[in-house]
Design a protein around this ligand. Structure first.
Ligand code: UDP
Length: 234
């Protein structure tokens, strides 16, 4: 199969259907814009299953997205998207870069969800941008931004409620969107690589911060997330 793209955590291949791509999840992990590199044993398998689960849930709840189906441990089929060059971050609790930038203690609850936009550009370190810049520079239209905001808030409500039942607090996460036949769809992945998940009772981190901050038991945290979501023991 012809590989179209290789990123930090995934490879994307063409399929016989020009509207469908195959995404292969790897074990490679990076943090701090690629400065820290490593591998997390079986991360690709765990994230493929976790992302498939989340996209299945969002499909059930009516959020338009790229997911078609998971085909095996590491691969899933998705609809071809022209990805908009934006990273959409949602925060329910202050953590990570926001805590650092504004000098607010990690763990401080937000009075309402925050949506942030970053320009997807590794060389620039995905800089923060505002909606005027996105419109003026042609990265998305006003209508697309409205759709993105609507879907983003739906995703937050759906995932927050579902995870709360599994005793997981959804602290923050990153989404990407793309266009398929003129329609905006949610794309990319939703996994412990792209979200902060804290155990609701103990506050234990169940996400990539275990890798970023050298907290240990990274693989166990991803396995625990798969178990809480699906009941499957990896
Ligand atoms: N995030 C991501 N990819 C990025 C940047 C952020 O998936 O390139 C996710 C990250 O895992 C977290 C949320 O977006 O769940 C907010 O990240 P933050 O801005 O705090 O940056 P970080 O502290 O991860 O550098």
């Amino acid at each position: 199969m012809n590989m179209l793209y290789e990123g930090k955590a995934k490879q994307v291949f063409e399929t016989e259907d020009k509207d469908v791509y195959l995404v292969h999840y790897k074990d490679d992990a990076t943090a701090f814009n690629g400065e820290k590199k490593g591998t997390i044993h079986d991360k690709g398998v765990l994230n493929n299953k976790i992302a498939s689960f989340f996209f299945g849930l969002l499909t059930e709840k009516g959020v338009p997205n790229h997911f078609v189906k998971r085909v095996n441990d590491r691969d899933q089929l998705v609809k071809r998207l022209e990805i908009l060059p934006l990273e959409v971050i949602v925060r329910n609790i202050v953590a990570g870069s926001l805590a650092k930038r504004l000098g607010i203690e990690e763990g401080t609850p937000c009075k309402q969800p925050i949506m942030e936009l970053c320009y997807k550009n590794d060389d620039l370190g995905d800089p923060f941008v505002n909606e005027d810049q996105v419109l003026a520079l042609g990265w998305a239209t006003c209508e697309q931004l409205d759709t993105i905001r609507k879907y983003t808030m739906q995703v937050n409500d759906i995932l927050k409620a579902f995870l709360a039942e599994k005793k997981v607090t959804l602290v923050d996460f990153k989404l990407e969107f793309g266009v398929h036949n003129g329609e905006v769809l949610l794309g990319d992945e939703i996994s412990p690589d792209t979200c902060r998940f804290w155990d609701s009772e103990t506050g234990e981190k169940l996400d990539k911060d275990r890798f970023r901050r050298d907290l240990g038991n990274v693989e166990d945290a991803y396995k625990e997330m798969l178990f809480r979501l699906t009941g499957e023991r990896a």
